[in-house]
Design a protein around this ligand. Structure first.
Ligand code: GLU
Length: 592
């Protein structure tokens, strides 16, 4: 049941052929030059208006952090289906002066009262997916605003209030509803309640694409955060409102408390770094699985000559799928909130362990069974389960000094659990826990526990060249496909010498720890299906909801990339948008 509901969430989203949302203020994409790029700052984001807000901060002398915060706040307005203050994030920051990497975990936290039966009925079985995803219990304490404040305190240069101005202006003066926002409402936004229903479904119809929307309530809320900081949401009236709304939800009321909100903390984690050939790959550690799993996929491919095989070789794609299977199996078994379970990070990323895992991969056959490995530090017995779904935005900001802010932010499903507070949609992140808390009597690492943070697929990643300079910063949206998207794009850039743009645009093979794999429909990979089947792959062609954003460094200059399947853009300091060739079929079935 849960899986069926999940498929409904991840099903195809038909989008209009016009991918970029024009606004009066937006620079015209056709005025842009794609190369050679700039050295002075760039933002890549899922919506041009969001990228523009980030660029406005850079022009005022702001840092990459300032730019990323302003970008996120505008995404909250123009892409409310995918991210916002009601959700969480993971960020990876590169410091240009010291070369140091810092990573922050602002994942949503379960209320203290939550436990392993949080999403189970009285019969001990999982509740129906609709209740799990659209109920009060789906929401964790949101982390995004707390993370913005923490990041600004550490790395911001502009006054905090300035970062809110582009979002406040759009909310107050109005903005054009994009195709994605409309389709997101029409197909996956029927569950929104209260203010969100009145605002996003006027007269019972989803807001039309092209309509101008004003959000005075959201403008007021943002003005308060601009003046008062995050306090209203964590210890003030909005916290009380959120607690009351979640606990009195019509579907699956929560047991959230004011203490849960007041006690929320942003946690600095150790980055997860390792090498792939000559490059150093750094990402986010647990409770995000991105850092470990992207590294594992790549490292397990290291003994194969991917460059020689090339992107037209079905064997290359088969190897990628096999490596994904092994990495996802480990992810599902071991990765969870490190505050609650001992995650064997060193074991899972050890070159020796990954070389051993890689020996399971054959160029001419497919794995017969897919099991988690036994990395050093692994518990005696493991139980593994895993779900995925969608509602996320990834962005990259680079400032004039070369600092990088790579982050991915999410409310999980479209419009989160559908419950608004002060015009902010609350997340439905807690179903990212393993709903079934144990398997064969063995507790799942990612089971629900009070105060715990659910495992995430978010994969903000920075790759360094052999001389230690940044080569590419990348992240993606799309549930557990995120890990595969980032790994695939990195094979494209690092092994196949593709531009980040072309590597993102390339089709995806997605094999999340199971025999079955999906090849993205409408891409060049679909024609490889017979060859993949001949290698023993159980592979189908289907839509995948993909959306990546990146910035790469080419000969010392910044070159932006954004997913042709999305409305995203990369914009430089002059307001020039990287040319993105959007294939007609890119927009079929693409969602984020
Ligand atoms: N909630 C998911 C995660 O954090 C992401 C959902 C999505 O990308 O759409 O792993």
């Amino acid at each position: 049941m849960l899986r069926r509901f999940l498929l409904a969430l991840t099903g195809p989203l038909a989008l209009s052929a016009c991918a970029t949302v024009p606004t009066a203020e937006s620079p015209r994409p056709d005025a842009a030059a794609s190369a050679p790029g700039t050295t002075q700052g760039m933002v890549s984001a899922a919506d041009p208006r969001a990228a523009e807000a980030g660029i406005a901060m850079l022009r005022k002398g702001g840092s990459a952090t300032d730019a990323a915060i302003a970008t996120m706040l505008v995404l909250n307005i123009v892409e409310p289906q995918n991210s916002g203050i009601g959700g969480g994030l993971f960020l990876v920051r590169h410091d240009s002066e010291s070369g140091a990497i810092a990573t922050l975990d602002a994942r949503e936290a379960a209320p203290a009262a939550a436990g392993p039966d949080w999403f189970l009925g009285t019969d001990g079985k999982p509740l129906p997916g609709r209740e799990i995803y659209q109920g009060g219990r789906a929401a964790g304490v949101p982390g995004a605003l707390a993370a913005m404040a923490e990041a600004h305190k550490r790395w911001g240069k502009l006054p905090w209030a300035d970062l809110f101005q582009p979002a406040i202006a759009l909310a107050r003066d109005g903005f054009v509803v994009s195709a994605r926002m409309h389709n997101g409402l029409r197909l996956y936004g029927k569950h929104v309640t209260g203010w969100a229903r009145e605002t996003y479904w006027p007269a019972g119809e989803p807001l039309a694409e092209g309509a101008t929307l004003r959000l005075p309530l959201v403008a007021n809320t943002l003005e308060r955060f601009a003046k008062e900081g995050p306090a209203p949401l964590y210890t003030g009236d909005l916290a009380r409102e959120a607690v009351a709304a979640l606990n009195s939800a019509e579907t699956l009321p929560s047991k959230m408390t004011a203490e849960d909100f007041a006690g929320y903390t942003v946690i600095e984690r150790d980055p997860v770094c390792g090498t792939y050939r000559v490059w150093r790959i750094c990402g986010m550690g647990p409770p995000a699985s991105g850092g470990i799993s992207v590294l594992a996929i790549l490292k397990q491919l290291e003994r194969f000559d991917m460059a020689r095989l090339g992107k037209s070789s079905p064997v290359a794609w088969h190897l990628i799928a096999e490596s994904e299977r092994l990495a996802y199996a480990d992810r599902n078994a071991y990765i969870a909130d490190p505050g609650y379970v001992a995650v064997p990070v060193a074991g899972l990323t050890s070159p020796h362990y990954l070389a051993e895992r890689s020996q399971l991969i054959s160029e001419s056959a497919s794995l017969q069974s897919i099991e988690a490995g036994r990395p050093e530090g692994a518990p005696a017995k493991v139980a593994s389960r895993g779900w995925a779904d969608q509602g996320t935005s990834s962005l990259t900001a680079v400032d004039a000094e070369g600092n990088i802010q790579q982050l991915t932010t999410t409310i999980n499903g479209y419009y989160g659990n559908g419950i608004p507070v002060g015009g902010i949609m609350l997340n439905n992140e807690l179903p990212d826990f393993d709903i079934v808390p144990q398997k064969n009597g063995i507790p799942a690492a990612n089971r629900v526990e009070g105060g715990k943070r659910p495992r995430s697929s978010l994969s903000p990643t920075i790759v360094y060249a052999p001389d230690g300079s940044p080569r590419i910063a990348i992240g993606a949206a799309g549930g557990s496909t995120i890990i595969a998207q980032v790994a695939k794009a990195l094979v494209g850039v690092l092994d196949w010498n593709l531009s980040a743009q072309d590597a993102i645009a390339m089709g995806l093979i997605y094999a999340p720890g199971t025999k079955k794999a999906t090849v993205e429909e409408g891409t060049e990979l679909a024609a490889m299906v017979p060859a993949l089947r001949a290698l023993g792959e159980e592979v189908e062609v289907g839509p995948l909801g993909l959306k990546a954003n990146a910035i790469e460094w080419v000969d010392g200059r910044l070159v932006g990339a954004a997913d042709p399947r999305s409305e995203g853009v990369a914009m430089d300091i002059a307001g020039t948008i990287t040319q993105i060739k959007r294939r007609e079929n890119d927009l079929n079935g693409a969602h984020d």
